[in-house]
Ligand binder design. Structure first.
Ligand code: SER
Length: 313
């Protein structure tokens, strides 16, 4: 099946792998990658690319019209740790980019949108374990506030204007192809690089900080599968909880030690500890399972094996 897809923020941690996966599925020429900067050589040479500012409505509209785009994946965002440093820039990027794609869909210029939300929508008063889909939220970070507001706007545009927007609340994402940037869960990627390069890692979160996490292959599969789902089965148009595994820093260290016995980890928590402390330890994703058959494939052991294999090169 042929369709024209635009990925905004294609050079980031998720965007890179999503672009590759969608190009494999729909053909390289059907998937237009775009970002505010150029990406890796392999991404740039694998199909069409446009330099694009996600906050510029007219620029996005031009690309959408030129390529007759039907679906947009909006992956550009400022993540939790960076957003605490630049609150207004984060709000501007995270919200205006979303309004741009929602309004394009409202104007019937595109048919379907994917927009990622996050476990950051939850806050310190949310039940921490097995966090339900519908619960008290009260996010306490700039990033979380932008994601929760975004969720409300997605549902509003769906109900009010019939905009076909689909979303999942990603946990921390672990991947080897492109580094994450500016997130609180980034430690779970850095640790593999440092384990291989230096056999030690100083973690910016402390022992016992258990967070929901997911290997990128699962995240990409979830993203494509909610976009492929029959719209009538999707009862949630804010964003679905999504889960795979949960672990604390000492547990990921232990799983690495099983492969690299002399690996050592120390702890020097910084301002990101408070962000992590405000998020759930684990989330309940039974609605995603019920509505579109979601099931994760990677646990911590499988993830560690894949990360070390691939990073070793
Ligand atoms: N991984 C993100 C972050 O740490 C959460 O969505 O900011």
């Amino acid at each position: 099946m042929q369709k024209s897809i635009l990925i905004i923020g294609a050079c980031g941690q998720i965007g890179t792998e999503l672009t590759i996966a969608l190009r494999e599925k729909y053909g390289a020429e059907s998937v237009i990658a775009s970002d505010i900067r150029e990406g890796s050589e392999s991404l740039m040479s694998s199909g069409p690319f446009e330099l694009l500012d996600a906050t510029n409505y007219e620029a996005i509209e031009d690309v959408v019209m030129h390529y007759e785009i039907e679906e947009v994946y909006l992956m550009a965002a400022m993540l939790s740790a960076t957003a605490e440093k630049f609150p207004m820039r984060a709000w501007n990027l995270n919200m205006n980019s979303l309004f741009n794609v929602l309004n394009l869909a409202k104007e019937k210029k595109v048919a379907k949108i994917f927009w990622p939300s996050s476990i950051a929508v939850f806050g310190p008063n949310t039940p921490k374990d097995n966090t339900p889909q519908h619960t008290l939220m009260e996010p306490s970070t700039v990033y979380g506030i932008s994601k929760q507001s975004g969720e409300r706007w997605c549902e509003y545009y769906f109900k009010k204007f019939g905009v076909d927007v689909r979303s999942v609340r990603y946990p921390g994402l672990i991947s080897w192809k492109t580094l994450p940037g500016g997130g609180t869960t980034d430690y779970a990627v850095e640790i593999y690089h440092k384990a291989l390069e230096e056999k030690n890692y100083t973690c910016f979160l402390t022992k016992g900080t258990k967070l929901p996490m997911m290997f990128m292959d699962d995240a990409i599969r979830a993203t494509i599968s909610i976009m492929d789902a029959d719209g009538d089965t999707l009862k949630i148009r804010s964003s679905y909880n999504l889960a795979a595994m949960s672990f604390a820093p000492e547990e990921i260290a232990k799983s690495i030690k099983a492969h690299i016995p002399d690996f050592e980890m120390s702890y020097e928590p910084d301002f990101r500890q408070a962000i992590a402390d405000s998020w759930p330890s684990s989330v309940n994703d039974s609605k995603a399972t019920e509505d579109w058959d979601w099931k994760p494939e990677f646990n911590l052991e499988k993830t560690t094996k894949k990360m070390l294999e691939n990073l070793k090169g």
